[in-house]
Design a protein around this ligand. Structure first.
Ligand SMILES: [Zn+2]
Length: 380
């Protein structure tokens, strides 16, 4: 244990500067002036700057010198071991011994030490839970209530950071709501979400909301060249794939092998649907139907991104197409983009979105993908 702490103390965090004009500057300034709302929600895309922003904000609240970065408080906070900061995040539900964040806190710290731009799927992979339900449980809600009743160690603020409130079990959300209605003194609850519309409306309405835009393609490109020593052409492709989210860019960089089958299946799906090849589609559905639900949802999100890119390509408004990252997957994007019309592109997106929801509802995935395939055939 000592050696691990020693390692963390030697670990020099990457100094990160938020872009000029980014909303965090005002947010941190308000905190320095003591304007600290009790309940806040930060909305940011998956793999974006949200995690870093929230951590920097908490540091600003706790440190006596506005977040100096070098005092004991800042150091403890960097290591995610400050006694007045409580982390709540989705974990694998189930038996009595598991199901709350405290059981997984060391895995979580480890994941976040090396992933400053966390992805939901990255965390699920770290939990090795692709086939399981990953959520904030009812039991967690009770723990949250207990934690908020504890006295602050330092005599200052107590902070609870909830990552992914959209994955909160409904009863847990209702318990949290009660806590938000009856605020304790010097307590700050921060919800960091990537899917604002999936958070209970009554919770949303009690929070002050901060929207953080994507970092931006040009910034991600510079950052990849500067910190990953990438050549400029590769950095440009990756940045455009990431839509300005560094976590997505890193995912493409580090998990290329995992993404190849998704890319190949997208191309095959579109080809079969366009040719109206029903026997081929049946074989395709059997393949994808056997994947885990997280993989299937991942695939649908990825496919949606590719379709959006193809639409932009059709309007000559795209600087690099995602499948360029996978030269082994043969595809003619320009030819395919010509098949897209305003009418069918809506239908295609709706088909993918509906399938995403249905997979989440535990409907038989083979039925979902078969049904979607018929709709794609019709759309072309
Ligand atoms: Zn400090």
């Amino acid at each position: 244990m000592t050696s691990k702490v020693g390692f963390y103390l030697r670990f020099v965090p990457e100094i990160f500067t938020f872009p000029q004009q980014y909303p965090t500057h005002d947010w941190f300034e308000q905190a320095r002036n003591g304007n600290i709302p009790h309940a806040q929600m930060v909305v940011c895309e998956n793999g974006g700057l949200g995690w870093l922003a929230v951590q920097r904000y908490i540091q600003t609240i706790l440190c006596g010198s506005g977040g100096c970065g070098s005092c004991d408080v800042c150091r403890q906070h960097h290591l995610m071991v400050h006694p007045d900061v409580h982390y709540v995040f989705p974990v694998v539900g189930g038996s009595a011994s598991v199901g709350t964040s405290d059981v997984y806190i060391s895995e979580f710290r480890n994941y976040l030490t090396f992933n400053k731009f966390p992805l939901v799927r990255g965390w699920i992979d770290a939990l090795d839970a692709a086939q399981k339900v990953v959520q904030i449980s009812v039991k967690e809600a009770k723990r949250m209530g207990d934690l908020l009743h504890l006295k602050s160690h330092s005599g200052g603020y107590k902070v609870m950071l909830v990552w992914l409130p959209e994955r909160m079990h409904e009863s847990a959300a209702n318990k949290l709501l009660k806590t938000l209605e009856e605020p304790e003194k010097n307590t700050v609850i921060i919800l960091l979400t990537h899917a604002e519309e999936e958070v209970l409306g009554t919770i949303r309405s009690r929070c002050q909301t901060l929207y953080l835009p994507p970092w931006g393609n040009a910034e991600v490109e510079k950052w990849l060249i500067g910190t990953r020593k990438m050549d400029s052409i590769q950095a440009k492709i990756l940045a455009s794939l990431s839509a300005g989210s560094p976590g997505i860019a890193l995912d493409f960089l580090e998990n290329r092998e995992r993404l190849i089958p998704l890319a190949a299946h997208f191309v095959e799906w579109m080809r079969l649907a366009f040719k109206k090849d029903l026997p081929g589609l049946q074989v395709w559905v059997d393949g994808v139907g056997g994947w885990s639900r997280e993989q299937q949802r991942d695939f649908l999100v990825f496919s949606g991104q590719l379709l959006s890119q193809l639409t932009r390509l059709r309007h000559n408004a795209l600087r690099g197409f995602a499948l360029q990252w996978f030269p082994e997957v043969s595809f003619q994007p320009a030819g395919f983009a010509k098949l897209l019309t305003p009418r069918n592109i809506l239908l295609l997106h709706k088909t993918l979105d509906d399938a995403f929801v249905d997979i989440g509802r535990n409907i038989n995935p083979r039925l979902v993908f078969f049904d979607s395939s018929l709709l794609l055939m019709k759309a072309f």
